[in-house]
Design a protein around this ligand. Structure first.
Ligand SMILES: [Zn+2]
Length: 397
């Protein structure tokens, strides 16, 4: 039991960033068919419907899984289904005795409710949906301190920051970059009436007019500027600078932390700057990182490294970085890559090395991609091969 959220998962000891916390086999798992949008379920935060195609399918598959492996119902019975406060979790693990004496089957209504409150989707494409019993016990935070990805039916959860003993472990039930009204709608459907996270606290102080204007501006950008950004066409750059300023003005305090609505426009500006100026592109990507709460790089990183220095040639380093105020985020895979690319071109080797190590860490914990696999992808994107020859790692202190 946790102080604020009721039932949840709490760290029993200090956990470094990037640690594998759980591996859980899914129940009722299915994957969207390519090109078929009908099966979108809970992760479809805009049009949440309690029992759509996806949930019906998941209920049927869950039933099938229980019939094939009856002990599964012991774990499922411990999950929240809307009508009890807290089941006894001391019984959560399956023992040998359970195999000889399987627990009673669950009613169809109970399974439907378990699916409603506990199903997850991954971030893959096409998406995979299912119930992963142990991760289901983690409460929600819009900026969660742990990450999830699936390989087959297995879900893997890693720490996205340094977590101290006694701190609760959170997962995100909604996309971090979704606007507050959309996040709220989905969380309401999960019976979470008031998310206690820092981002929601900040967003609740904003005005309805601000949300509406941000939505209007986002649509305008998608309709008018996105195709230029996709083509790296800088003729749109002045318009994008104006757009970003207009977006900033929708916030009551333009300097508040986590103005997430600026993330996509500023990323777009970074792409437009790429062909023109490494300095401008680097500055813009650092601004993107700051929007996502990453302020562990400062001006001291922006200095050139002499070619004969230790840092330009030393093989492997464990970089210690001050633990950021907010956890790592999915977009870090690309953002840290861009920072590394432009920092490297400008001769800021130390910044480039730290950034590429962070990009690899993000790829590892958000997608399950190893550093070696990530290096192959980044080599194909023409990142300096010398930068990829380092085998650096990151520690948050
Ligand atoms: Zn929240």
């Amino acid at each position: 039991m946790t102080e604020k959220m009721g039932r949840g998962i709490v760290a029993a000891k200090d956990i470094p960033v990037g640690t594998l916390l759980m591996a859980s086999r899914g129940v009722g798992v299915y994957q969207d068919e390519v090109g078929n949008k009908e099966t979108g379920f809970v992760i479809n935060y805009k049009d949440h419907v309690a029992f759509d195609h996806g949930s019906v399918k998941m209920v049927a598959l869950t039933n099938q899984d229980i019939k094939n492996t009856p002990v599964i119902s012991k774990k499922l019975a411990a999950l929240y289904y809307g009508e009890h406060d807290a089941a006894d979790l001391s019984n959560f693990s399956v023992t040998e005795a359970d195999l000889d004496n399987p627990p009673p089957l669950l009613s169809a209504d109970r399974i439907r409710s378990i699916v409603k409150f506990n199903s997850f989707s991954d971030d893959g494409s096409p998406k995979r949906h299912g119930i992963w019993p142990l991760p289901s016990l983690a409460n929600h935070d819009c900026f969660p301190n742990s990450t999830r990805f699936c390989i087959g039916e297995m879900m893997f959860i890693h720490s996205a920051t340094a977590i101290k003993a006694g701190q609760e472990i959170f997962l995100g039930y909604v996309p971090l970059d979704a606007p507050y009204p959309d996040r709220k709608k989905t969380l309401d459907a999960f019976s979470i009436p008031k998310c206690q996270c820092r981002l929601c606290d900040l967003d609740r102080q904003e005005s309805q007019e601000g949300f509406a204007e941000r939505a209007r501006l986002s649509e305008h950008m998608n309709a008018n500027y996105s195709k230029y950004i996709r083509n790296f066409d800088p003729t749109i750059t002045p318009k994008m600078v104006e757009h970003i300023q207009a977006m900033k003005n929708t916030y009551k305090d333009p300097n508040r932390p986590l103005p997430i609505a600026l993330f996509h426009p500023i990323t777009g500006l970074g792409l437009l700057h790429q062909a023109e100026s490494n300095e401008k592109a680097l500055k813009t990507y650092l601004e993107c990182l700051a929007i996502l709460g990453w302020k562990s790089f400062d001006a001291s990183e922006l200095k050139r490294t002499p070619a004969n220095s230790k840092i330009a040639n030393q093989t492997t380093t464990k970089f210690q970085i001050k633990c950021p105020e907010f956890p790592l985020f999915y977009a870090g895979i690309d953002l840290f890559f861009h920072v590394a690319d432009h920092a490297s071109k400008l001769g800021y080797t130390l910044l480039a090395r730290k950034s590429i190590a962070l990009s690899h860490l993000c790829a590892n914990i958000f997608e399950g991609v190893s550093s070696q696999e990530q290096a192959i992808i980044q080599k194909a994107k023409r990142l300096d091969p010398h930068l990829l020859s380092f085998k650096d790692t990151i520690e948050f202190i």
